[in-house]
Design a protein around this ligand. Structure first.
Ligand SMILES: Nc1ncnc2c1ncn2[C@@H]1O[C@H](COP(=O)(O)OP(=O)(O)OP(=O)(O)O)[C@@H](O)[C@H]1O
Ligand SMILES: [Mg+2]
Length: 220
């Protein structure tokens, strides 16, 4: 079965594309067959994938009504994709609803600042609303991005997520130049950025959230 993971956050610039590229490239390195769908008119994900440094397939689709049929077609591919990752634009949109709808897992990146955290909390509630309306169980987790761990602001943001009972990964993508370089190199994270990224992938595996590694989306 192909797992669909959507990266959603209604606040722009929170690290959606960075997180998606990071996970895609680490999973390809682990042997997964990966497809990525860029639904953002900025084309950032497509621009990265087009460099063809990472062995994956990509599609650009900004017509929201075509997203579900596109995913359906990709799910029928042979050999099957292990994972389809969907990137979305940084605002609330019909496209984001379709991307949530199609996903078994939604990741919500947030940098350690007030407006990203607010966006993450609202996005988490939105994912729940969409899942409820479909009578579906969709796991959703905040992933902290661009983090400087031992600062007061990071502590305060983590506390506010906890207070709002918004689940998040303990592992975070630290503030590293290696994450920025990916857009120009077309590759995945390298050096200390890679180590930081691997901690995020490892936690997703341990939580059983990634089917490719034998998880079942957190469900029995
Ligand atoms: N862990 C990190 N370390 C350093 N820089 C980071 C990190 N995560 C994200 N960034 C930087 O933050 C900026 C925004 O990231 P990104 O483009 O991934 O966000 P986005 O949510 O996809 O934005 P948009 O809403 O415009 O699509 C980029 O310059 C990216 O390099
Ligand atoms: Mg983006």
């Amino acid at each position: 079965m192909t797992q669909v993971i959507s990266v959603v956050q209604e606040k722009g610039g929170a690290g959606k594309t960075t997180l998606l590229i990071t996970l895609a490239s680490l999973m390809v390195a682990d042997g997964a067959r990966v497809a990525v769908i860029d639904t953002d008119p900025q084309h950032n994900l497509e621009d990265w994938a087009k460099k063809e440094e990472i062995d994956l397939d990509w599609i650009f689709e900004d017509n929201d009504e075509k997203l579900i049929p596109t995913i359906r077609a990709l799910k029928k591919a042979s050999p099957a994709y292990d994972v389809i990752l969907v990137d979305t634009a940084g605002f609330k949109s019909a496209m984001a609803v379709y991307a949530i709808n199609a996903a078994g897992l939604v990741l919500i990146p947030s940098k350690a600042n007030e407006s990203d955290a607010k966006g993450a909390i609202k996005t988490y509630r939105h994912v729940h609303g969409v899942a409820d309306s479909m009578d579906k169980d969709i796991g959703a987790y905040v992933v902290m991005m661009d983090v400087d761990p031992n600062t007061n602001i990071t502590e305060a943001i983590l506390a506010s997520l906890e207070e709002q009972e918004v689940p998040r990964l303990n592992a975070m993508c630290a503030h590293r130049t290696g994450f920025k370089e990916m857009m120009s190199t077309g590759r995945g994270p390298e050096g200390s950025a890679k180590r930081s990224a691997q901690s995020v992938l490892a936690e997703l595996q341990i939580k059983g959230l990634l089917d490719y590694y034998g998880g079942h989306n957190g469900k029995a």
